[in-house]
Design a binder for this molecule. Structure first.
Ligand SMILES: *[C@@H]1O[C@H](CO)[C@@H](O)[C@H](O)[C@H]1NC(C)=O
Ligand SMILES: *[C@@H]1O[C@H](CO)[C@@H](O)[C@H](O)[C@H]1NC(C)=O
Ligand SMILES: *[C@@H]1O[C@H](CO)[C@@H](O)[C@H](O)[C@H]1NC(C)=O
Ligand SMILES: *[C@@H]1O[C@H](CO)[C@@H](O)[C@H](O)[C@H]1NC(C)=O
Ligand SMILES: *[C@@H]1O[C@H](CO)[C@@H](O)[C@H](O)[C@H]1NC(C)=O
Ligand SMILES: *[C@@H]1O[C@H](CO)[C@@H](O)[C@H](O)[C@H]1NC(C)=O
Length: 377
């Protein structure tokens, strides 16, 4: 479809502000989910043939009961681009149910990758994909606006979803997106085992935050000249800039973190608050704010602390592989307040954790490659 048609569709889907209320009306399809249960086929990606094909994903069931954050980070560690599974249609949801029923008939309650974004009442997938399908047990979700809520499957009704405390321990499904028989990972896909090894090294310590504090931190001079990124070159988004694999745009009207994220979702299909993956990208973003709002450089990035875990996470589901904190930051982790990531407090070009309810300007981003593919469809 052409870019603008997709945008229109997205606006229709998400424009109402609360996508949840709208989507409760989605078709509920067959009710006897134990009927017609066929196991999905094996995943044909090299090195992952013990995973199963589920729509455009390969998935695997893990019986090592874990809380939501631990489950998610264990998926992230299993394969580049790995996350808890996201579910986008009735068929995949049914296949997922059949799989857990087949493997673990006595304990079918499992985590899927949905979580409530703070207390907004809106759910997100950890892989950053669109929340475009849902299948709640009638009456659920019922704890929204109160505390951390994550999405499980098979409580009370087979194949249906329930919001549950993220601290509960459950078995879970990991998933990664595939393109034919290759993983569709952002960035370079080295040979399966090579990449997995690298990840193991990066994450073995448990808390990769402390490890990466040593990343290159050369100083950035706020008044010095900097080079603007090029135009992004995607039809319909010519006033966006090309930064790494993303197209990005600066929005100066201050919003709190969640509002900013929801605004981004309405600006372009697949858009989120921006994620940063290298020093170069970080400098491009800095240049953009210097150009458009030199008097107020502070702005939201798309990072936040995942359920007081002390680990940070990008809203778009991309890998947390780079960070450049202001000295002494982040300093408010593990506390009761949600912490979100901004740039340019105290030290220009560096990051700070701040309360998510503060209003700041922000940068939105969408994956260029994804959009170019969409353009060609
Ligand atoms: C998990 O699965 C493994 C291999 O299938 C099995 O040996 C083990 O007993 C299972 N653990 C639990 C807690 O069910
Ligand atoms: C699980 O699936 C396999 C393959 O389809 C099938 O042979 C087996 O009977 C199933 N087991 C259960 C308990 O459903
Ligand atoms: C599952 O439940 C059945 C019936 O309650 C029981 O006979 C069986 O041993 C259980 N299987 C496992 C793996 O716990
Ligand atoms: C999950 O468990 C880990 C320890 O394994 C703990 O540090 C973390 O706070 C827990 N997170 C949640 C959301 O329960
Ligand atoms: C920052 O850059 C400007 C212009 O290039 C220069 O005049 C100034 O001395 C620099 N400041 C620092 C602290 O390096
Ligand atoms: C952001 O603002 C919206 C609307 O003004 C509000 O409902 C929401 O709770 C705020 N979020 C945070 C994290 O403060």
């Amino acid at each position: 479809k052409s870019g603008s048609i997709t945008v229109l569709l997205m606006t229709l889907l998400f424009g109402s502000g609360n996508s949840l209320r709208m989507e409760r009306g989605f078709a509920v399809g067959r009710t006897d989910v134990t009927k017609d249960c066929n196991m999905p086929k094996a995943c044909d990606v090299d090195g992952f043939t013990d995973w199963l094909k589920l729509g455009s994903y390969c998935v695997k069931y893990f019986n090592t009961s874990a809380n939501f954050t631990d489950a998610e980070f264990s998926c992230v560690n299993k394969i580049p681009g790995g996350h808890l599974v996201s579910v986008h249609n009735e068929v995949d949801n049914h296949d997922l149910f059949c799989t857990v029923k087949n493997i673990s008939s006595n304990n079918t309650r499992v985590w899927v990758g949905g979580y409530q974004l703070f207390q907004t009442g809106k759910f997100r997938w950890t892989d950053g994909s669109n929340w475009n399908y849902e299948r709640w047990v009638p009456g659920e979700p019922n704890y929204i606006y109160t505390k951390e809520e994550c999405v499980e499957m098979n409580w009370k009704e087979h194949g249906k979803w329930n919001d549950e405390s993220c601290f509960a321990k459950k078995d879970y499904f990991c998933a990664f997106k595939r393109l034919g028989n290759r993983p569709a990972v952002d960035g370079a896909w080295k040979s399966g085992s090579g990449f997995v090894l690298l990840l193991t090294l990066l994450f073995e310590s448990g808390n990769f935050l402390t490890m990466e504090r040593g990343f290159d931190v050369s100083d950035t001079n706020a008044t010095s000249w900097c080079s603007m990124p090029k135009a992004c070159g995607v039809h319909g988004f010519t006033d966006w800039f090309k930064v790494g694999r993303y197209c990005v745009k600066y929005f100066s009207w201050p919003q709190n973190f969640t509002q900013a994220e929801f605004r981004c979702k309405s600006k372009a299909p697949g858009a989120h608050l921006v994620s940063v993956h290298s020093y170069k990208e970080n400098n491009y973003l800095l240049c953009i704010v210097k150009k458009f709002n030199p008097r107020n450089l502070r702005f939201w990035l798309g990072g936040f602390e995942f359920f007081k875990s002390g680990k940070f996470f990008w809203l778009d589901g991309s890998f947390w592989d780079y960070q450049i904190w202001t000295r002494g930051e982040p300093n408010n982790m593990y506390t009761a307040t949600e912490e979100c990531v901004e740039m340019n407090w105290k030290e220009v070009g560096r990051w700070n954790d701040d309360s998510c309810s503060v209003k700041k300007s922000y940068i939105c981003a969408f994956n260029r490659h994804y959009m170019l593919e969409k353009d060609l469809e």
